[in-house]
Design a binder for this molecule. Structure first.
Ligand code: HPA
Ligand code: ZN
Length: 346
Protein backbone atom coordinates (compact mmCIF):
# COMPACT_ATOMS: atom_id res chain seq x y z
CA UNK A 1 0.00 0.00 0.00
CA UNK A 2 1.04 3.66 -0.24
CA UNK A 3 3.65 5.08 2.10
CA UNK A 4 1.31 6.40 4.77
CA UNK A 5 3.93 6.22 7.51
CA UNK A 6 7.17 8.24 7.45
CA UNK A 7 9.98 6.01 6.18
CA UNK A 8 13.65 6.05 5.22
CA UNK A 9 12.75 7.63 1.87
CA UNK A 10 10.87 10.62 3.20
CA UNK A 11 7.83 11.90 5.05
CA UNK A 12 4.48 10.11 5.27
CA UNK A 13 2.20 10.39 2.26
CA UNK A 14 -0.52 11.93 4.38
CA UNK A 15 -3.12 14.55 3.48
CA UNK A 16 -0.71 17.43 4.20
CA UNK A 17 1.88 15.87 1.92
CA UNK A 18 -0.64 15.28 -0.90
CA UNK A 19 -1.92 18.85 -0.68
CA UNK A 20 1.64 20.14 -0.64
CA UNK A 21 2.67 18.51 -3.92
CA UNK A 22 3.02 21.25 -6.56
CA UNK A 23 0.65 20.21 -9.32
CA UNK A 24 -1.31 21.32 -12.39
CA UNK A 25 -5.01 20.62 -12.75
CA UNK A 26 -5.89 19.88 -16.38
CA UNK A 27 -9.43 18.53 -16.21
CA UNK A 28 -11.95 20.53 -14.24
CA UNK A 29 -15.30 21.83 -15.51
CA UNK A 30 -15.93 25.15 -13.81
CA UNK A 31 -19.67 24.43 -13.71
CA UNK A 32 -18.84 21.17 -11.92
CA UNK A 33 -17.27 23.10 -9.04
CA UNK A 34 -20.66 24.55 -8.05
CA UNK A 35 -21.06 23.36 -4.46
CA UNK A 36 -24.64 22.93 -3.19
CA UNK A 37 -24.13 25.80 -0.70
CA UNK A 38 -23.40 28.23 -3.52
CA UNK A 39 -26.13 26.71 -5.71
CA UNK A 40 -28.76 27.40 -3.04
CA UNK A 41 -27.39 30.90 -2.34
CA UNK A 42 -27.43 31.82 -6.02
CA UNK A 43 -30.93 30.39 -6.48
CA UNK A 44 -32.10 32.65 -3.66
CA UNK A 45 -30.22 35.68 -4.99
CA UNK A 46 -31.53 35.18 -8.52
CA UNK A 47 -35.08 34.32 -7.45
CA UNK A 48 -35.02 30.80 -8.92
CA UNK A 49 -36.57 27.59 -7.66
CA UNK A 50 -34.43 24.48 -7.24
CA UNK A 51 -35.59 20.89 -6.74
CA UNK A 52 -33.58 20.84 -3.46
CA UNK A 53 -34.68 22.47 -0.18
CA UNK A 54 -31.30 22.04 1.50
CA UNK A 55 -27.63 21.30 0.93
CA UNK A 56 -28.18 17.81 2.37
CA UNK A 57 -31.02 17.15 -0.05
CA UNK A 58 -28.87 18.23 -2.98
CA UNK A 59 -25.97 16.03 -1.92
CA UNK A 60 -28.42 13.18 -1.34
CA UNK A 61 -29.48 13.41 -4.99
CA UNK A 62 -25.89 12.95 -6.21
CA UNK A 63 -26.16 9.22 -6.67
CA UNK A 64 -25.40 8.53 -10.30
CA UNK A 65 -25.99 5.45 -12.42
CA UNK A 66 -23.88 6.67 -15.35
CA UNK A 67 -22.61 9.78 -17.16
CA UNK A 68 -26.06 10.79 -18.43
CA UNK A 69 -27.69 10.68 -15.00
CA UNK A 70 -24.94 13.00 -13.74
CA UNK A 71 -25.25 15.35 -16.73
CA UNK A 72 -28.99 15.74 -16.11
CA UNK A 73 -28.30 17.14 -12.61
CA UNK A 74 -25.20 19.03 -13.71
CA UNK A 75 -27.17 21.05 -16.29
CA UNK A 76 -29.99 21.66 -13.79
CA UNK A 77 -27.56 22.77 -11.10
CA UNK A 78 -25.81 25.33 -13.26
CA UNK A 79 -29.11 26.99 -14.18
CA UNK A 80 -28.61 29.23 -11.11
CA UNK A 81 -25.71 30.94 -12.90
CA UNK A 82 -27.22 34.03 -14.49
CA UNK A 83 -25.09 37.13 -13.91
CA UNK A 84 -21.44 37.87 -14.55
CA UNK A 85 -20.93 38.07 -10.78
CA UNK A 86 -22.20 34.48 -10.40
CA UNK A 87 -19.56 33.16 -12.81
CA UNK A 88 -16.94 35.31 -11.12
CA UNK A 89 -17.71 33.98 -7.63
CA UNK A 90 -17.90 30.38 -8.85
CA UNK A 91 -14.50 30.59 -10.53
CA UNK A 92 -12.78 32.40 -7.68
CA UNK A 93 -14.09 29.90 -5.12
CA UNK A 94 -12.68 27.02 -7.17
CA UNK A 95 -9.28 28.66 -7.58
CA UNK A 96 -9.02 29.43 -3.87
CA UNK A 97 -9.68 25.77 -3.06
CA UNK A 98 -7.29 24.57 -5.76
CA UNK A 99 -4.50 26.87 -4.57
CA UNK A 100 -4.98 25.43 -1.07
CA UNK A 101 -4.34 21.98 -2.53
CA UNK A 102 -1.05 22.76 -4.21
CA UNK A 103 -2.44 23.63 -7.65
CA UNK A 104 0.04 26.02 -9.30
CA UNK A 105 -1.60 25.96 -12.71
CA UNK A 106 -5.22 25.25 -13.68
CA UNK A 107 -6.61 24.59 -17.17
CA UNK A 108 -10.33 25.06 -16.80
CA UNK A 109 -13.17 23.90 -19.04
CA UNK A 110 -16.33 25.89 -19.49
CA UNK A 111 -19.54 24.90 -21.29
CA UNK A 112 -20.85 28.07 -22.98
CA UNK A 113 -23.70 26.27 -24.75
CA UNK A 114 -25.12 25.24 -21.38
CA UNK A 115 -25.53 28.97 -20.69
CA UNK A 116 -26.40 30.47 -24.06
CA UNK A 117 -29.00 27.71 -24.47
CA UNK A 118 -30.95 29.16 -21.54
CA UNK A 119 -30.55 32.80 -22.53
CA UNK A 120 -27.34 33.76 -20.69
CA UNK A 121 -25.09 35.59 -23.16
CA UNK A 122 -21.69 34.09 -24.01
CA UNK A 123 -20.18 37.40 -22.93
CA UNK A 124 -21.70 37.21 -19.42
CA UNK A 125 -20.24 33.78 -18.73
CA UNK A 126 -16.81 34.38 -20.18
CA UNK A 127 -16.23 37.82 -18.68
CA UNK A 128 -17.21 36.61 -15.20
CA UNK A 129 -14.85 33.65 -15.50
CA UNK A 130 -12.08 35.76 -17.02
CA UNK A 131 -12.19 38.41 -14.30
CA UNK A 132 -11.83 35.71 -11.64
CA UNK A 133 -8.88 34.13 -13.47
CA UNK A 134 -7.11 37.48 -13.62
CA UNK A 135 -7.86 38.20 -9.95
CA UNK A 136 -6.70 34.74 -8.84
CA UNK A 137 -3.47 34.95 -10.84
CA UNK A 138 -2.72 38.25 -9.09
CA UNK A 139 -3.76 37.20 -5.61
CA UNK A 140 -2.97 33.47 -5.40
CA UNK A 141 0.14 33.21 -7.56
CA UNK A 142 -1.17 30.47 -9.81
CA UNK A 143 -1.48 30.51 -13.58
CA UNK A 144 -4.58 29.56 -15.53
CA UNK A 145 -5.86 28.74 -19.01
CA UNK A 146 -9.43 28.52 -20.24
CA UNK A 147 -10.69 25.78 -22.58
CA UNK A 148 -14.05 26.02 -24.34
CA UNK A 149 -15.88 22.70 -24.48
CA UNK A 150 -18.46 21.90 -27.13
CA UNK A 151 -21.47 19.93 -25.89
CA UNK A 152 -21.33 16.92 -28.19
CA UNK A 153 -25.02 16.02 -27.70
CA UNK A 154 -25.97 19.28 -29.46
CA UNK A 155 -24.11 18.31 -32.63
CA UNK A 156 -21.52 19.84 -34.93
CA UNK A 157 -23.58 22.69 -36.33
CA UNK A 158 -24.25 24.15 -32.88
CA UNK A 159 -20.59 23.67 -32.02
CA UNK A 160 -19.57 25.64 -35.13
CA UNK A 161 -21.93 28.43 -34.15
CA UNK A 162 -20.41 28.50 -30.65
CA UNK A 163 -16.92 28.66 -32.11
CA UNK A 164 -17.95 31.76 -34.07
CA UNK A 165 -19.35 33.32 -30.90
CA UNK A 166 -16.05 32.68 -29.14
CA UNK A 167 -13.86 34.39 -31.73
CA UNK A 168 -14.10 37.91 -30.22
CA UNK A 169 -12.74 36.41 -26.98
CA UNK A 170 -10.09 34.26 -28.60
CA UNK A 171 -7.29 35.91 -26.60
CA UNK A 172 -8.83 34.54 -23.41
CA UNK A 173 -9.26 30.94 -24.62
CA UNK A 174 -6.30 28.62 -25.17
CA UNK A 175 -8.15 25.73 -26.71
CA UNK A 176 -11.30 23.77 -27.45
CA UNK A 177 -12.56 20.49 -26.04
CA UNK A 178 -15.50 18.14 -26.41
CA UNK A 179 -17.66 16.97 -23.53
CA UNK A 180 -21.19 15.82 -22.51
CA UNK A 181 -22.90 12.55 -23.54
CA UNK A 182 -20.19 10.44 -25.17
CA UNK A 183 -21.83 7.29 -26.49
CA UNK A 184 -23.53 7.91 -29.82
CA UNK A 185 -21.72 11.23 -30.31
CA UNK A 186 -18.36 10.16 -31.76
CA UNK A 187 -15.46 12.59 -32.18
CA UNK A 188 -15.46 12.13 -35.99
CA UNK A 189 -18.69 14.17 -36.14
CA UNK A 190 -16.73 17.24 -35.02
CA UNK A 191 -13.83 17.02 -37.48
CA UNK A 192 -14.68 20.22 -39.35
CA UNK A 193 -15.32 22.21 -36.19
CA UNK A 194 -11.93 21.22 -34.80
CA UNK A 195 -10.24 22.02 -38.11
CA UNK A 196 -11.81 25.46 -38.04
CA UNK A 197 -10.78 25.93 -34.39
CA UNK A 198 -7.19 25.03 -35.28
CA UNK A 199 -7.24 27.59 -38.11
CA UNK A 200 -7.96 30.20 -35.43
CA UNK A 201 -5.05 28.98 -33.33
CA UNK A 202 -6.92 27.02 -30.68
CA UNK A 203 -5.26 23.97 -29.17
CA UNK A 204 -7.36 20.80 -29.17
CA UNK A 205 -8.36 18.29 -26.52
CA UNK A 206 -11.34 15.95 -26.28
CA UNK A 207 -13.15 13.75 -23.79
CA UNK A 208 -12.86 10.22 -25.17
CA UNK A 209 -12.83 6.71 -23.75
CA UNK A 210 -14.68 7.63 -20.56
CA UNK A 211 -17.82 5.63 -21.37
CA UNK A 212 -17.12 5.44 -25.09
CA UNK A 213 -15.01 2.72 -26.76
CA UNK A 214 -11.26 2.87 -27.55
CA UNK A 215 -12.24 3.70 -31.14
CA UNK A 216 -13.41 7.14 -29.93
CA UNK A 217 -9.91 7.80 -28.57
CA UNK A 218 -8.49 6.93 -32.00
CA UNK A 219 -10.95 9.31 -33.65
CA UNK A 220 -10.05 12.08 -31.19
CA UNK A 221 -6.41 11.68 -32.23
CA UNK A 222 -6.88 11.05 -35.95
CA UNK A 223 -9.97 13.06 -36.86
CA UNK A 224 -9.74 15.90 -34.35
CA UNK A 225 -5.99 16.12 -33.84
CA UNK A 226 -6.44 16.21 -30.07
CA UNK A 227 -3.12 16.68 -28.29
CA UNK A 228 -4.49 15.45 -24.98
CA UNK A 229 -7.24 12.97 -24.18
CA UNK A 230 -9.64 13.69 -21.32
CA UNK A 231 -10.30 10.50 -19.33
CA UNK A 232 -9.12 7.96 -21.93
CA UNK A 233 -9.34 5.14 -19.39
CA UNK A 234 -10.95 2.71 -21.84
CA UNK A 235 -7.71 2.68 -23.85
CA UNK A 236 -6.73 -0.17 -21.55
CA UNK A 237 -9.03 -2.47 -23.50
CA UNK A 238 -6.83 -2.05 -26.58
CA UNK A 239 -3.10 -2.86 -26.24
CA UNK A 240 -2.25 -1.40 -29.65
CA UNK A 241 -3.81 1.89 -28.64
CA UNK A 242 -1.95 1.85 -25.31
CA UNK A 243 1.29 1.44 -27.23
CA UNK A 244 0.41 4.34 -29.49
CA UNK A 245 -0.50 6.63 -26.58
CA UNK A 246 2.66 5.65 -24.72
CA UNK A 247 5.02 6.03 -27.66
CA UNK A 248 3.40 9.32 -28.68
CA UNK A 249 3.52 10.58 -25.07
CA UNK A 250 -0.14 11.58 -25.38
CA UNK A 251 -1.29 12.86 -21.98
CA UNK A 252 -4.44 11.43 -20.41
CA UNK A 253 -6.33 13.57 -17.90
CA UNK A 254 -7.60 10.86 -15.58
CA UNK A 255 -10.30 11.59 -12.97
CA UNK A 256 -10.53 8.60 -10.60
CA UNK A 257 -13.34 9.73 -8.28
CA UNK A 258 -15.42 10.78 -11.28
CA UNK A 259 -14.98 7.37 -12.92
CA UNK A 260 -16.07 5.57 -9.78
CA UNK A 261 -19.03 7.88 -9.09
CA UNK A 262 -20.22 7.48 -12.70
CA UNK A 263 -19.74 3.72 -12.43
CA UNK A 264 -17.16 3.35 -15.15
CA UNK A 265 -15.50 1.08 -12.54
CA UNK A 266 -17.18 -0.65 -9.64
CA UNK A 267 -14.71 0.69 -7.07
CA UNK A 268 -11.46 2.59 -6.85
CA UNK A 269 -9.69 -0.76 -6.49
CA UNK A 270 -10.80 -1.64 -10.02
CA UNK A 271 -9.56 1.67 -11.47
CA UNK A 272 -6.76 1.25 -14.06
CA UNK A 273 -4.74 4.36 -13.04
CA UNK A 274 -1.87 2.35 -11.56
CA UNK A 275 -1.69 -0.06 -14.49
CA UNK A 276 -1.77 2.89 -16.86
CA UNK A 277 1.13 4.54 -15.07
CA UNK A 278 3.07 1.29 -14.88
CA UNK A 279 2.61 0.77 -18.62
CA UNK A 280 4.33 4.09 -19.23
CA UNK A 281 1.28 6.20 -20.10
CA UNK A 282 1.41 9.93 -19.35
CA UNK A 283 -1.24 9.84 -16.61
CA UNK A 284 -2.35 13.04 -14.88
CA UNK A 285 -4.80 13.09 -11.97
CA UNK A 286 -7.66 15.57 -11.90
CA UNK A 287 -11.05 16.26 -10.32
CA UNK A 288 -13.51 16.72 -13.25
CA UNK A 289 -16.63 17.92 -11.35
CA UNK A 290 -15.50 18.05 -7.73
CA UNK A 291 -18.75 19.39 -6.23
CA UNK A 292 -20.56 16.32 -7.57
CA UNK A 293 -17.95 13.57 -7.22
CA UNK A 294 -16.74 13.93 -3.65
CA UNK A 295 -13.52 15.83 -3.91
CA UNK A 296 -10.97 18.11 -5.48
CA UNK A 297 -7.55 17.08 -6.77
CA UNK A 298 -6.04 16.21 -3.37
CA UNK A 299 -8.97 13.90 -2.61
CA UNK A 300 -8.35 12.18 -5.93
CA UNK A 301 -4.69 11.71 -4.99
CA UNK A 302 -5.78 10.30 -1.61
CA UNK A 303 -8.19 7.88 -3.30
CA UNK A 304 -5.31 6.53 -5.40
CA UNK A 305 -3.15 6.10 -2.31
CA UNK A 306 -5.89 4.31 -0.38
CA UNK A 307 -7.44 2.31 -3.21
CA UNK A 308 -4.49 1.51 -5.46
CA UNK A 309 -1.45 1.89 -3.21
CA UNK A 310 0.00 4.93 -4.96
CA UNK A 311 3.22 5.90 -3.21
CA UNK A 312 5.71 8.78 -3.35
CA UNK A 313 7.19 7.85 -6.72
CA UNK A 314 3.76 7.48 -8.31
CA UNK A 315 2.76 10.92 -7.05
CA UNK A 316 6.02 12.38 -8.24
CA UNK A 317 5.31 10.95 -11.70
CA UNK A 318 1.75 12.29 -11.89
CA UNK A 319 2.84 15.72 -10.63
CA UNK A 320 5.62 15.89 -13.22
CA UNK A 321 3.23 14.67 -15.91
CA UNK A 322 0.71 17.36 -14.97
CA UNK A 323 3.13 20.16 -15.83
CA UNK A 324 4.60 18.40 -18.88
CA UNK A 325 1.10 17.84 -20.25
CA UNK A 326 0.01 21.43 -19.60
CA UNK A 327 -0.23 24.29 -22.06
CA UNK A 328 2.33 26.34 -20.12
CA UNK A 329 5.27 27.57 -22.14
CA UNK A 330 8.51 25.62 -21.84
CA UNK A 331 10.22 27.96 -19.37
CA UNK A 332 7.24 27.87 -16.98
CA UNK A 333 7.11 24.08 -17.30
CA UNK A 334 10.77 23.87 -16.34
CA UNK A 335 10.26 26.19 -13.38
CA UNK A 336 7.36 24.09 -12.07
CA UNK A 337 9.24 20.83 -12.68
CA UNK A 338 12.07 22.17 -10.53
CA UNK A 339 9.53 22.93 -7.84
CA UNK A 340 8.28 19.33 -7.99
CA UNK A 341 11.87 18.04 -7.82
CA UNK A 342 12.68 20.10 -4.76
CA UNK A 343 9.42 19.05 -3.08
CA UNK A 344 10.27 15.37 -3.46
CA UNK A 345 14.01 15.76 -3.08
CA UNK A 346 16.17 14.91 -6.05
N1 HPA B 1 -17.81 13.73 -19.18
C1 HPA B 1 -18.47 14.34 -20.14
N2 HPA B 1 -18.98 15.55 -20.00
C2 HPA B 1 -18.82 16.19 -18.85
C3 HPA B 1 -18.15 15.60 -17.81
C4 HPA B 1 -17.61 14.31 -17.98
O1 HPA B 1 -16.97 13.69 -17.10
N3 HPA B 1 -18.18 16.50 -16.81
C5 HPA B 1 -18.84 17.59 -17.23
N4 HPA B 1 -19.25 17.40 -18.48
ZN1 ZN C 1 -14.76 16.05 -17.81
Amino acid sequence: MGDREPGPFGPAVDETFLRGIPKAELHVHIEGTLEPEMMLDLARRNGLALPYASVEEARGAYDFADLQSFLDLYYKGMSVLLEKQDFYELTLAYLEKAAGQGVRHAEIFFDPQAHTGRGVPFETAITGIREALVEAERRLGLSTRLILCFLRHLGAEEAMHTLQEALPYKGWIVGVGLDSSEIGNPPEDFKEVFEEAARHGFLKVAHAGEEGPPEYIRQALDDLGAVRIDHGVRCMEDPTLVERLRDGRVPLTVCPLSNVRLRCFTSIREHPAKRMLDQGLCVTVNCDDPAYFGGYVAENYAALRDGLGFGREDFRAVAENSFRASFLDESDKERRLHEVASFFGR
